[in-house]
Each structure stands twice: as structure tokens, then as C-alpha cells.
Design a protein. Structure first.
Length: 354
């Protein structure tokens, strides 16, 4: 898998894989997560075992921006997911039977996968007229963190980790709070009853090395958090056990912080190319916006993006004005974003599993 990739995963899928909460009764109302998160029935039709969670995360890591993974070696995918090939085949059969994906077997050991309704189911993106909207959001997971999630050996620790990164996305990246807050009721609600004791929960949280976790014990600290976090006030009113965990994602695994650094480098690389070829070509005639560059860098990886831009720069420097007449680069002058996207997909295919 290409490094520096940011894998976008729908919150509803992360919640479904972690297990829906049994804690539905709240003061004066009920709250069912399947409806709250708009979780499709196909995500709740079977039990999410450790191997199934690992396989879905692995497929999402390798799939392109259309939910396709073409001509992949099943043993390499199984190795990445830390499972056997037999387990992979059994789970792919389950996924296919329940409508999560379509699997094509080209040759013994070689498969292609198409995730069903990829944008809606796996990214939570819906086309509404001329705009694309998200109903319950998605979480950006850096490839390094995803590998750590897959490596977790205890399924309940893995489930707790999935829930935690969703809460970090909501509290820190959406609401701009300094840390995410999890209550004891929320955690105990989706974990099996046998591991719902607060000491067991604290032990599992301490095993997640990519998180900074602390128990909220001071009353003044609690009051300050309630004042700063709008949604927390309502959540703790519903809670029956006054136990809060304060969570932060380590900077080394925080997709948002890594993106900001990568995007700065991408801007510099793009500016350098424009500067070098500006003597013989006017880049202002091309419609290339910064957000599109950032989106492609996030999706395909900053290193892949920089490699494609460097190849393009060398082509300009070698052919100069004649590059306009090159059939290979014709699309760049007509639709530069489409050209870059095409080249990025080709580079991604070269570094695919097979």
C-alpha cells in the first residue's frame, strides 16, 4: 500500500463494526444508533468478528476512490490483515452474501473487489442535486494508524479503538475541542457485559498506544470541560455513572495534522513546477484549484502526488513548448485535474498488491 494515504471511513461503518450500544434508554427518550447513524441493514446482518473487521479495514486501505481493488493477490491481502487466506475467503463470502461487495475470482489466488454503493455506504457521501452531502460524517484515518488498528489482538480493544477515533473526529476535528470525551455508559453500552467493568475498560484504553488517555477526577476540570464542550453537557445529563475518559490522538497518528503538513509540501511542489515551466507556458490558462490538489494528495498519498508532479515537470523541461502537441499529455491541457487523477490512479495500480 502506498504510504501517506488517508483512508476515509464512514462513521456509521466504524460504529457498526464496534457493535451497536445496548444503552438505548435515556431520560425521557430512547436513542437507537442504527437510526441515529443511518446504518444500512447490510452492516448489521452478521456478527463483526476480529477477522471481519480486519478484512474490511484492509480492503478500504487498498481500494481506490471508487471502492475498487483490482487484480489483488489474496495471500498478500490476508497477510496485511493478519489472518489466514482461508479466513479471508470465508469472510469475503459472507460480505458478498450480505451485499457489502462483489468479488471476482480471476485466477487461483487473484481477485478483484468492488465495494457496493461505495460513496454512500463506506464514505457517507450522498448526491443531493448539484452538491454532495454527508449525513453522519466520516473519519479520516492515516494509513499508519489503520495498520495499528489491524494489529490489535483483542477484538474488544479493537472495537473500543474504533469508537474512540469516531469520538475524536466528532469532538476534536469537527467541534474543535482540545480532546474527546467518552463516558462510562457509552463505552459499556457497546462492549460485551463480561468486559464492561471500569477497570477492564481503563486497561484496554491504556493498551492503545496511539492515544493519550486520562481519567477525569477533578470537579473543576469537569466543569471547565462542560462549559467548553456544547454536546458534552447533554451527554453527561443522560449518563448514569459519573465516569469520564479524556482522550487525545497522538500527533504522529493524527490524520488531520499529517494532512496539514503534507498539503504544505504539495503546495510547494506544485509552485516549484509552475515556477520552472512559467518561462514558456502560462499556467494561469489552466483551471487547477488548490482544493482539488489537496483532495488528490489525501486520497492517493502525498508521495505519489509529488512523484506525478515531478514526472510532469520533467516532461515540460524536456519538451518545452512542444509538450502542448504531445498526445500523451493532451488531456493535461484540456482537463488538467482529470489528467492528474488518471496519472495518480495509474501510479496507484503499479503499487497495488498484485
Amino acid at each position: 500500500m502506498e504510504t501517506n494515504r488517508h483512508i476515509l471511513i464512514a462513521n456509521k461503518l466504524l460504529v457498526a463494526m464496534s457493535g451497536l450500544t445496548r444503552w438505548t434508554k435515556r431520560p425521557d427518550h430512547y436513542r437507537y444508533e442504527q437510526y441515529h447513524y443511518n446504518i444500512p441493514a447490510c452492516f448489521t446482518a452478521f456478527k463483526w468478528t476480529k477477522s471481519r473487521i480486519r478484512h474490511i479495514l484492509s480492503i478500504l486501505a487498498y481500494a481506490d476512490d471508487q471502492g475498487k481493488m483490482e487484480f489483488a493477490e489474496d495471500n498478500t491481502l490476508a497477510d496485511f490483515a493478519c489472518t489466514s487466506v482461508r479466513s479471508l475467503h470465508n469472510n469475503l463470502k459472507t460480505f458478498e452474501q450480505n451485499g457489502l461487495m462483489t468479488v471476482v475470482r480471476h485466477f487461483p489466488g487473484v481477485i478483484s473487489i468492488q465495494l457496493t454503493n461505495y460513496l454512500e455506504n463506506y464514505r457517507d457521501l450522498f448526491v443531493d442535486g448539484a452538491v454532495v452531502v454527508s449525513k453522519t460524517g466520516y473519519t479520516s484515518v492515516w494509513h499508519g494508524l489503520l495498520s495499528e488498528l489491524i494489529a490489535l489482538d483483542n477484538v474488544n480493544t479493537l472495537r473500543l479503538a474504533l469508537r474512540t477515533i469516531v469520538q475524536v473526529e466528532k469532538d476534536v476535528h469537527v467541534q474543535s475541542n482540545e480532546q474527546a470525551i467518552l463516558t462510562y455508559d457509552e463505552i459499556k453500552g457497546f462492549l460485551p457485559k463480561y468486559c464492561g467493568h471500569k477497570l477492564a475498560i481503563q486497561k484496554m484504553m491504556s493498551g492503545l498506544k496511539f492515544l493519550q488517555v486520562s481519567l477525569v477526577e477533578d470537579s473543576k476540570h469537569f466543569l471547565n470541560m462542560v462549559k467548553q464542550n456544547i454536546s458534552l453537557k447533554k451527554r453527561v445529563q443522560d449518563a448514569t455513572r459519573p465516569l469520564l475518559l479524556e482522550v487525545q490522538l497522538s500527533a504522529a497518528q493524527d490524520s488531520k495534522q499529517i494532512k496539514e503538513k503534507d498539503r504544505t509540501e504539495v503546495q510547494l511542489v506544485w509552485f516549484e513546477m509552475r515556477k520552472r515551466v512559467g518561462e514558456f507556458f502560462d499556467f494561469d490558462t489552466l483551471k487547477v484549484n488548490r482544493d482539488s490538489l489537496f483532495s488528490m494528495s489525501d486520497t492517493f498519498g502525498a508521495e505519489t502526488f509529488k512523484r506525478v508532479v515531478e514526472e510532469l515537470k520533467q516532461a515540460f523541461l524536456h519538451h518545452r513548448e512542444d509538450l502542448v502537441h504531445s498526445s500523451t499529455h493532451k488531456l493535461f491541457f484540456e482537463e488538467p485535474i482529470f489528467y492528474l487523477h488518471q496519472r495518480l490512479k495509474e501510479n496507484q495500480a503499479k503499487s497495488a498488491i498484485a
